[in-house]
Each structure stands twice: as structure tokens, then as C-alpha cells.
Design a protein around this ligand. Structure first.
Ligand code: ADP
Ligand code: ZN
Length: 212
């Protein structure tokens, strides 16, 4: 089963795909995490990727499609996966079609810009295990500034500044919103309200997936 999450940056795709991944026993694949992994290891490719991510732009399709292909060819994805943050352009969506990957359900998480901007500014991430917390929501870490899962010091993402978030939202509207139409015409698009509590929205998602 292949599930994709649409929705603006900061709408909760990563959080919801992690929860769903545990419930379904299939991996959650985040292109954002894959890209941050390359950034950490340094080198020429990292420098190229950094020039896009730090200004809130999308990484060029050919680069991100290659990274995704690599990841989903590993054996843990043989029964399917949940894609978090891919596809974000029509070109990327078509690359999944070209690979013969059938999308069972596309879940669009809906939330307005001001809500997203406010929530993203209080997001905290673990540099070691990629867990995500939020200092201003029900996702606070148990101990302030410390990862519940591995004990590392939490950080703010470099691209979680107000200016970059606004750019990411603009890019989202130009490049990613058309995907709603794309998956709607394939009959697999469902929307959920991203402002509900975590328990409610994750239950809504699970019910949609069960019936897909
Ligand atoms: P968010 O959804 O919160 O903006 P992600 O962690 O998914 O963040 O992605 C971080 C950055 O990585 C994006 O702003 C973009 O530069 C890059 N990126 C991630 N996924 C893609 C993709 N599918 N296509 C192009 N760029 C991507
Ligand atoms: Zn951690």
C-alpha cells in the first residue's frame, strides 16, 4: 500500500505519517529527512541541496526523484510506504506513475497560513533521530529541550524562520497545490482538518486509510 501526504509545510504531514507508520507497520519516507541526512554528511551534493532548502525553495526534481528512488528501492519498502513530502510537483507525481507505483490514497492536511506559521516557529527537532516536538502545543517534549526518544538536545530547523516559512508557503501554493486536482481526478484524494487535536486527526486518517 502506498500512501501520500499532501498539505503545506508545517501542516503536520511528518507527525501524522510517523503515527500511521507505527499503526500500519510500513515505513514513513520523508524526503525532507533524506535531504537533511545528505546535508549532515557534507560534500558537494550537500552544498547544492543547502542552497535550496535554506531559502525555502524546492530542490530540483531530478535530484529529489533520484534520492527518493534510492530510498524506496530498499527492502523495507517492498510492502509499500507512506510518502511524507513527496511528490511536491507534477513532475514528481508523474515520476511515481512512471515507476509503476500506484497511490492508494492521497491525504491532504488542511490548515491556514497563520496557523501554520505560528506552529512552525515553535517546532523543535531532534538532530539525531529526527523526532519532532513543539514547545507550544500538545507535542511538548517531556523534559524541556530534550528528545523523549534518544535524549539529544532539540534544535530549531534552520529553515523554520518566519521569512523562510512564508517563502515555503508561497512555493507550496504554486507548485504543490495543483497536485490536489491531479489526485482528485484519480479518485484517491481525501482532506482532513489539520487544526484538530492530534488524537482526532490521526483517527480521521486511520479511518480513511482503512476504507481506501
Ligand atoms: P516542510 O514540509 O516542513 O517544509 P520538509 O522537511 O518536508 O519540510 O522539507 C524541507 C525542505 O527540503 C523543503 O523546504 C525543500 O527545500 C526540500 N524538499 C523536501 N521534499 C522535497 C520534494 N519532494 N521536492 C523538492 N524539495 C523537497
Ligand atoms: Zn532523538
Amino acid at each position: 500500500m502506498t500512501i501520500i501526504f499532501l498539505g503545506a509545510p508545517g501542516s503536520g504531514k511528518g507527525t501524522q505519517s510517523a503515527i500511521l507508520s507505527k499503526r500500519l507497520g510500513i515505513p514513513s519516507v520523508s524526503t525532507g529527512d533524506i535531504i537533511r541526512g545528505v546535508l549532515k554528511s557534507g560534500g558537494e551534493k550537500a552544498e547544492i541541496l543547502k542552497s535550496y532548502t535554506e531559502s525555502g525553495k524546492l530542490v530540483p526534481d531530478d535530484l529529489v526523484i533520484d534520492l527518493l528512488k534510492d530510498r524506496i528501492s530498499s527492502s523495507d519498502c517492498s510492502k509499500g510506504c507512506i510518502l511524507d513530502g513527496f511528490p511536491r510537483t507534477l513532475e514528481q507525481a508523474k515520476s511515481l506513475d512512471d515507476l509503476g507505483i500506484h497511490i492508494d490514497i492521497a491525504i491532504d492536511i488542511d490548515a491556514d497560513d497563520d496557523f501554520i506559521c505560528k506552529r512552525t516557529l515553535s517546532r523543535l527537532v531532534c538532530p539525531k533521530c529526527n523526532s519532532v516536538f513543539n514547545s507550544a502545543t500538545e507535542m511538548k517534549p517531556k523534559s524541556e529541550g530534550i528528545c523523549d526518544n534518544c535524549g539529544s538536545h532539540l534544535e530549531q530547523r534552520k529553515d523554520d524562520t518566519e521569512e523562510t516559512i512564508r517563502t515555503r508557503l508561497k512555493v507550496y501554493k504554486e507548485k504543490t497545490l495543483p497536485l490536489r486536482e491531479y489526485y482528485s481526478s484519480k479518485g484517491v484524494l481525501h482532506s482532513i482538518d489539520g487544526r484538530k487535536s492530534l488524537a482526532e486527526s490521526s483517527e480521521d486518517i486511520f479511518n480513511l486509510v482503512k476504507n481506501a
